[in-house]
Design a protein around this ligand. Sequence first.
Ligand SMILES: CC(C)(COP(=O)(O)OP(=O)(O)OC[C@H]1O[C@@H](n2cnc3c(N)ncnc32)[C@H](O)[C@@H]1OP(=O)(O)O)[C@@H](O)C(=O)NCCC(=O)NCCS
Length: 456
Amino acid sequence: MEGNGKRKSAKAAGQTLAGQSGFPVQSIREVFGYLRRYRDQVFVLKIDDHLMSKPLFSLLIKDIVLLQKIGVRVILVPGAKHSIDKVLKTYRVNSPMKDEVRITTEEAMPLVKLGASNVTNVVLSLLTENGANGVVGNWVRARAMGVLNGLDYQHTGRVEKVDVALINNMLDDRLIPIVPNIGWNLVGRDYNLSSSELAVAIAKALRATKLFFIGVDTGIPVVPDCDFADAGEKASGYFSNLDLEEGNILLRDFSHSLKAEHRELVSLAMDACAAGVDRVHFIDGSLDGILLQEVFSSAGHGTMFYANQYDKIRPAKASDIPEILRIMQPYVDDGVLIQRSADTLAQELDNFAVYKIDTTLHGCAALKIYPDKSAELYAVVVDSGFTGQGTGRKIISYLLDKARKAGVKTVFLLTTQTSDFFMRNGFREAGLSVMPPERQAEYNPDRNSRVLAVTF
Ligand SMILES: CC(C)(COP(=O)(O)OP(=O)(O)OC[C@H]1O[C@@H](n2cnc3c(N)ncnc32)[C@H](O)[C@@H]1OP(=O)(O)O)[C@@H](O)C(=O)NCCC(=O)NCCS
């Protein structure tokens, strides 16, 4: 359930792409679910050049090519820091750093360009080796970083503008654009850019669905005393998910506990998400298959950053009841849902959440929490005029988040005809025993509903 605000770690989810035993049916179903969703979507991948010396780097490129072959519009931004350091060292040219930013002198600039081009050449040849056509280009206008606090950053620059139309032309031609960290201003002066900033600027300009920072780190380390890290995250040592609010809290209250590089990544990710990039992922590219797992599996491995996806969802109000009854009725007539009266809905109103755009109700669902800290998800309905837009998935993940925050351990549901939908969203077959005794007593054997559950 990639769209779910909080993902389980792969270990907690108990699955890998290789599967635990036998044929990994569920993983394959999950992959097919994502295939359609990601076709023609833009993914921007910033790749740390440290990875290029790792044994599995060529496999990472192979996986990137796979993404492109299934229709993802892939843009690569190779980091070049280590390559540039190496070239500068070879030519014994000093180019000092200030707060992780290189001061690019006149003398260093040609070597910076050489370091950047070494990296793009490696990526280009690996893409070719794997049957894809990469193209290196100048699609970014840059400007000087200038003089900050009296310090002249010389040829160090910032991204001024991304040429979206030109990049889109490359993508339309099924090419993989490779964007080096070098940009020019309008009069041809060259600048050394931060690849991370560049990746964010491109992701924002092209309204990317996903932005990846692929490095040699697992993600953003959990900071001590931070109360939004769950038990799994504390155990793994890394945040699995962060939203904009949590990112703000991290930068505001825990800045001193973050390394400078992580502070920078968190603020870049927040910048990207706030500008409309759906997801920003930080993953360790030295692990085999990590990129494909992150894209095609609900099990998260690094840190995923996301904007608040629940802005259209809120607890139900009494004034919503007529609309809830209206969208339920066709499904009640078909025997998919049980009939509920306005009175019943009024009594259970606190359990209900609605997905509403302007004044139109698109969907609803309810969550009943039992004293034993299990909870039932029920009355999941999306108006037939608005199905297939992710509404069902979002309401479920909103209520699962609510359950998790309330300390619920297991969420179960009963369904007669919709089990596949729920299984795609993380639920698994479970027995009656997953329900509390009072709910088991109400189970109607004539309806013979299947019981599914998800455990946190
Ligand atoms: C099931 C339901 C909530 C899905 O809502 P939705 O907003 O369309 O769901 P999403 O957009 O998040 O997901 C759509 C995907 O789920 C699939 N899906 C929808 N209903 C399904 C079902 N009954 N079984 C299996 N898959 C289903 C769609 O085919 C679609 O697949 P795609 O992404 O490959 O195109 C909605 O169809 C509905 O209200 N159904 C009737 C009520 C119902 O069965 N509720 C459950 C009672 S327990």
